[in-house]
Design a protein around this ligand. Structure first.
Ligand SMILES: [Fe+2]
Ligand SMILES: [Fe+2]
Length: 358
């Protein structure tokens, strides 16, 4: 759909609501809309990894990725109802990085919600981040959808509090991939109890969208594409008819369906992670549904970075990937098959064959 069509559709819907309002008392109109999920949009930006060099110098590439996402989301028509930032705003959790990232995000012309990433957390355990962006976990309701934000990058207390002589070393150890000194992410018992209580009052027919930084599923442990208590969190979400988990951290397109829970990953604005060859050898469960990105040029650093424009249609996620230097992709829930699917490339016959580079 082009922006003009979208505008017309929204205009017509608005006209319908006005017509209804003219014939019904206002309270009845409100009641009619109170429980049903309405269609709306929001934008999702993630993994900016703003990296401080010294003084007022930051890694320019990562800055540019975030600045571009903010500028482009500001131009969206129709306007998104809000913007979600999916975590890893900073590279090493420092004040200059969080301040600088926050300053870039402050140019957004939409309300902002934020998720905690491990790169934001492990220097001061999210203390400064909280001053800028609010609580680590919370929920809110919007147009008939219940949104939950979790801090899914916690780990064992022994690792967090006793193992490292300095906060800086703790941060560096958690920032590395394939690092035997790292530790698996988890939501943790305290937050799971909070989640149970939070969802008690939510009708099972209400669409639920959960934002986490790490996948609330187990994909690849070596890179912490993994949440240790994923099954326990999934069990809390399982009774709901429509659940979507949206996560950052993996810097690549992934999607999956487990029971009634749909999973969608989002892109980074900083850099893409490859789909590692080690997936075939190490403990992993790359979702079989996922059609990997086709990277046009492995030497092009902006290939497979971008941000997302998300349509919430009847409480389901349609994830539109805006890729800076690659073919845009749309991954949408297909009611016929009951799972998210790539609109253009799910059918193996329609996929673009991977390119060879010599
Ligand atoms: Fe990241
Ligand atoms: Fe991350």
């Amino acid at each position: 759909m082009n922006p003009t069509d979208a505008g017309r559709r929204y205009f017509l819907k608005g006209a319908g609501a006005l017509a209804a309002a003219s014939t019904l008392p206002l309270s009845l109109v409100k009641l009619a809309f109170a429980d049903a999920a309405q269609d709306f949009t929001f934008a999702y930006i993630s993994d900016a990894h703003i990296q401080h060099i010294e003084g007022t110098k930051f890694v320019r590439n990562w800055d540019r990725g975030l600045i571009r996402a903010v500028a482009e989301t500001n131009l969206l028509t129709p306007k998104p109802d809000f913007v979600m930032f999916g975590g890893d705003l900073a590279q090493l959790g420092s004040k200059p990085e969080l301040d600088h990232g926050g300053e870039i995000l402050s140019k957004l012309r939409h309300p902002l919600h934020s998720v905690m990433g491990e790169h934001d957390y492990y220097l001061d355990l999210g203390e400064y981040w909280s001053k800028l962006f609010g609580p680590h976990h919370y929920s809110f309701d919007h147009k008939g959808v219940h949104f939950v934000v979790l801090n899914s990058v916690l780990t064992y207390d022994e690792w967090t509090f006793n193992r490292w002589p300095t906060a800086e070393q703790r941060m560096l150890e958690m920032a590395g991939l394939d690092n035997p000194n790292g530790s698996p992410f988890m939501v943790g018992e305290k937050q799971r109890e909070w989640l149970k209580k939070d969802l008690e009052a939510v009708p099972k027919t209400t669409p639920v969208v959960v934002f986490s930084h790490s996948p609330l599923q187990k994909i690849y442990k070596g890179w912490n594409f993994w949440t240790e208590d994923a099954e326990e969190v999934q069990a809390i979400l399982a009774p709901f008819e429509k659940v979507n988990v949206i996560y950052g951290h993996v810097h690549q397109i992934q999607y999956n369906q487990i029971g009634r829970i749909s999973f969608n990953a989002v892109m980074a604005t900083a850099w893409p992670w490859p789909y590692p060859a080690t997936y075939a050898q190490a403990e992993s469960a790359m979702p079989v549904l996922t059609v990997p990105m086709n990277r046009a040029d492995p030497f092009f650093e902006r290939d497979a970075t971008g941000w997302q424009f998300i349509d919430m249609n009847t409480g389901r996620v349609t994830m539109k990937f805006n890729l800076y230097n690659n073919t845009n992709r749309v991954v949408a829930f297909n009611p016929a098959t009951g799972r998210p699917e790539d609109r253009d490339f799910q059918d193996p016959a329609k996929r673009i064959p991977p390119q060879d580079h010599y």
